[in-house]
Design a binder for this molecule. Sequence first.
Ligand SMILES: [Ca+2]
Length: 142
Amino acid sequence: MCATATVGITVTAGPPQIVSGYVFNDLNSNGLKGSGEAGTGVPLFVKLVPRSGSTCGTTATQAVAADQTTGAYSFQTVYPGDYCLVLDDNGTLTDVTPTIPSLLVNTTPTTISSVTVITSAVTDQNFGLKSSCEANAGVLSK
Ligand SMILES: [Ca+2]
Protein backbone atom coordinates (compact mmCIF):
# COMPACT_ATOMS: atom_id res chain seq x y z
CA MET A 1 0.00 0.00 0.00
CA CYS A 2 1.34 3.37 -0.94
CA ALA A 3 1.34 6.36 1.37
CA THR A 4 -0.06 9.55 -0.02
CA ALA A 5 1.19 12.95 0.99
CA THR A 6 -0.71 16.13 0.23
CA VAL A 7 1.37 19.26 0.03
CA GLY A 8 -0.21 22.67 -0.12
CA ILE A 9 1.78 25.48 -1.65
CA THR A 10 0.68 29.03 -1.05
CA VAL A 11 2.27 31.80 -3.09
CA THR A 12 1.89 35.27 -1.70
CA ALA A 13 3.27 38.56 -2.83
CA GLY A 14 5.86 39.95 -0.47
CA PRO A 15 4.98 42.69 1.96
CA PRO A 16 4.34 46.11 0.45
CA GLN A 17 7.20 48.57 0.20
CA ILE A 18 7.62 52.32 -0.01
CA VAL A 19 8.53 54.01 -3.28
CA SER A 20 9.64 57.59 -2.85
CA GLY A 21 11.58 60.50 -4.24
CA TYR A 22 11.39 64.19 -4.96
CA VAL A 23 9.93 66.47 -7.58
CA PHE A 24 12.53 69.17 -7.19
CA ASN A 25 13.52 72.57 -8.50
CA ASP A 26 16.77 71.79 -10.28
CA LEU A 27 18.43 75.15 -9.74
CA ASN A 28 21.69 74.22 -11.47
CA SER A 29 19.99 72.13 -14.17
CA ASN A 30 22.23 69.12 -13.66
CA GLY A 31 19.44 66.55 -13.30
CA LEU A 32 20.50 65.73 -9.75
CA LYS A 33 18.87 66.85 -6.52
CA GLY A 34 21.40 68.94 -4.66
CA SER A 35 21.07 69.57 -0.94
CA GLY A 36 19.79 73.11 -1.52
CA GLU A 37 17.22 72.13 -4.11
CA ALA A 38 13.66 71.81 -2.81
CA GLY A 39 10.13 71.74 -4.17
CA THR A 40 8.87 73.59 -7.21
CA GLY A 41 6.01 75.48 -5.53
CA VAL A 42 3.73 74.10 -8.23
CA PRO A 43 1.12 71.31 -7.85
CA LEU A 44 2.57 68.17 -9.40
CA PHE A 45 1.71 64.50 -9.07
CA VAL A 46 3.54 61.23 -9.45
CA LYS A 47 1.67 58.19 -10.69
CA LEU A 48 2.52 54.55 -10.13
CA VAL A 49 1.92 52.56 -13.31
CA PRO A 50 2.40 48.79 -13.61
CA ARG A 51 5.04 47.84 -16.17
CA SER A 52 5.42 44.74 -18.32
CA GLY A 53 8.96 44.41 -19.64
CA SER A 54 9.80 47.85 -20.97
CA THR A 55 6.18 48.83 -21.56
CA CYS A 56 4.37 51.03 -19.07
CA GLY A 57 0.71 50.21 -18.57
CA THR A 58 -2.16 52.46 -19.58
CA THR A 59 -3.68 53.03 -16.14
CA ALA A 60 -2.02 54.10 -12.93
CA THR A 61 -2.86 52.23 -9.74
CA GLN A 62 -1.94 55.11 -7.43
CA ALA A 63 -1.24 58.83 -7.66
CA VAL A 64 0.27 61.09 -5.03
CA ALA A 65 0.91 64.82 -4.88
CA ALA A 66 4.46 65.97 -4.36
CA ASP A 67 4.97 68.35 -1.45
CA GLN A 68 5.27 71.76 -3.08
CA THR A 69 7.70 72.99 -0.43
CA THR A 70 10.05 70.05 -0.04
CA GLY A 71 9.32 68.23 -3.29
CA ALA A 72 8.94 64.93 -1.44
CA TYR A 73 6.49 62.28 -2.56
CA SER A 74 5.99 58.70 -1.51
CA PHE A 75 3.82 55.70 -2.19
CA GLN A 76 3.39 53.90 1.13
CA THR A 77 2.00 50.60 -0.15
CA VAL A 78 3.60 49.18 -3.28
CA TYR A 79 3.57 45.42 -3.77
CA PRO A 80 6.53 43.70 -5.41
CA GLY A 81 6.53 44.11 -9.17
CA ASP A 82 7.72 46.26 -12.03
CA TYR A 83 6.52 49.83 -12.36
CA CYS A 84 6.82 53.10 -14.20
CA LEU A 85 6.59 56.43 -12.42
CA VAL A 86 4.94 59.23 -14.38
CA LEU A 87 5.18 62.93 -13.53
CA ASP A 88 1.97 64.81 -14.24
CA ASP A 89 -0.03 67.94 -13.50
CA ASN A 90 -3.07 66.00 -12.28
CA GLY A 91 -3.91 62.98 -10.18
CA THR A 92 -6.12 61.18 -12.68
CA LEU A 93 -5.25 57.49 -12.76
CA THR A 94 -6.33 56.96 -16.37
CA ASP A 95 -3.99 59.69 -17.63
CA VAL A 96 -0.48 58.25 -17.84
CA THR A 97 0.92 60.81 -20.28
CA PRO A 98 3.41 63.00 -18.44
CA THR A 99 2.59 66.70 -18.51
CA ILE A 100 4.30 69.57 -16.74
CA PRO A 101 3.19 73.20 -16.46
CA SER A 102 4.34 75.44 -19.29
CA LEU A 103 6.43 77.58 -16.96
CA LEU A 104 8.63 74.58 -16.25
CA VAL A 105 10.88 72.32 -18.26
CA ASN A 106 12.18 68.96 -17.13
CA THR A 107 15.86 68.30 -16.43
CA THR A 108 15.27 64.56 -16.01
CA PRO A 109 12.92 62.23 -17.91
CA THR A 110 9.25 62.74 -16.98
CA THR A 111 8.71 58.99 -16.93
CA ILE A 112 10.93 56.68 -14.87
CA SER A 113 10.50 53.20 -16.30
CA SER A 114 13.05 51.29 -14.26
CA VAL A 115 11.37 50.78 -10.89
CA THR A 116 11.32 47.23 -9.59
CA VAL A 117 10.04 46.56 -6.09
CA ILE A 118 11.32 43.35 -4.49
CA THR A 119 11.82 43.28 -0.74
CA SER A 120 12.95 46.76 0.17
CA ALA A 121 12.02 50.40 -0.23
CA VAL A 122 12.86 52.13 -3.50
CA THR A 123 14.05 55.68 -2.85
CA ASP A 124 15.55 58.61 -4.76
CA GLN A 125 13.21 58.32 -7.71
CA ASN A 126 13.58 61.99 -8.51
CA PHE A 127 12.09 64.29 -11.12
CA GLY A 128 14.00 67.51 -11.84
CA LEU A 129 12.31 70.64 -13.15
CA LYS A 130 13.41 74.20 -13.71
CA SER A 131 11.92 77.46 -14.86
CA SER A 132 11.48 77.55 -18.61
CA CYS A 133 12.94 81.06 -18.85
CA GLU A 134 14.81 83.49 -16.64
CA ALA A 135 11.81 85.84 -16.55
CA ASN A 136 9.84 83.19 -14.69
CA ALA A 137 12.50 82.40 -12.12
CA GLY A 138 10.56 84.21 -9.40
CA VAL A 139 7.70 81.76 -9.70
CA LEU A 140 9.91 79.01 -8.34
CA SER A 141 11.48 80.94 -5.51
CA LYS A 142 8.39 82.19 -3.73
CA1 LIG B 1 20.67 70.02 -9.35
